[in-house]
Ligand binder design. Sequence first.
Ligand code: ZN
Length: 142
Amino acid sequence: MKDKWIQLALRLAEATAPTSSDRYHKVGCAVLRKEGSVCGIGFNGQPPGVDLTEDESLHRDFRRRLTTHAESNALAFCKPGDPYLLAVTLPPCDRCLVDAARYGVKIIVCHPSPEPDTHPVPYELAKRLNVEIRVIPAGIRG
Ligand SMILES: [Zn+2]
């Protein structure tokens, strides 16, 4: 896959992240087909019609239980087999990685986690799923 598609996907993921209503972690994702066309974009947040109260939004564990991840929301726009590249502004969790593989994603590009100890890059699982993960620091393209 050409670097220009990887760069485009990262720019789209970064542009999508601020749309999230999560006040602590705004995550964006873009999914591209092998030829570079966009098949989905998404951001993290609650399902439509579910708004958190002030108190609920302050409780991380509760908030997380009601949050769908950016990757899941982006993949929901995709037809299985269409995705090839998934770009996301944080490393994917195990569940999103498995979902990405199920949709046919072969390459995931992401920015490093600000909390690498609690949110490590799932390299082993990716290898098992035949998905390549590339971690690209924010501000560096390719
Ligand atoms: Zn996830």
